[in-house]
Design a protein around this ligand. Structure first.
Ligand SMILES: [Zn+2]
Length: 147
């Protein structure tokens, strides 16, 4: 109801109101179609069959590093070979999380990853999100006087 009140306040003509409601209806139909398309896809994106899925789900299965594919201990937080984060909850722990972010940014600076505009933009955004606020430049007198 508040949307209709807002429309009535801002509308200068009934055509504008009808057009606005039409755009909202089209957007809702588009979102509904997108969600329906997402839900109609395959349930599991695994490229292997049920036997491999059952083997992977076993408790005694040896975990592998997602980066170098070498086995590691179940309780390990980081891969002893390549340094990648392999622990199930490592990225949720405040202290080990810093090492995980450092490892990721180190990969970005070394350049040992698949270069695409998405990955390069992702590394730039991650660097800005993690360290732009706490960089020495952000504590300059001009910025601090704003607070
Ligand atoms: Zn590894």
């Amino acid at each position: 109801m508040s949307i209709l009140a807002l429309i009535n306040q801002r509308a200068t003509s009934p055509e504008w109101t009808i057009g606005f409601l039409g755009v909202i209806a089209l957007a809702g139909y588009g979102i509904w179609g997108f969600v329906r398309w997402l839900l109609s896809g395959p349930v599991s994106p695994d490229p292997w069959d049920e036997q491999v899925t059952a083997e992977v789900a076993k408790e005694e299965a040896t975990p592998l590093c997602h980066r170098c594919l070498l086995p590691h201990e179940v309780s390990a937080d980081f891969c002893s070979h390549c340094g990648a984060t392999v622990g199930q909850y490592t990225n949720w722990l405040p202290y080990p999380y810093l090492f995980s972010v450092g490892h990721t940014l180190r990969i970005g600076t070394i350049g040992n990853f698949r270069h695409s505009p998405l990955t390069i933009g992702g590394f730039l955004l991650l660097g800005l999100a993690e360290y732009a606020l706490f960089s020495p430049k952000s504590f300059s007198p001009a910025v601090c006087s704003a607070f």
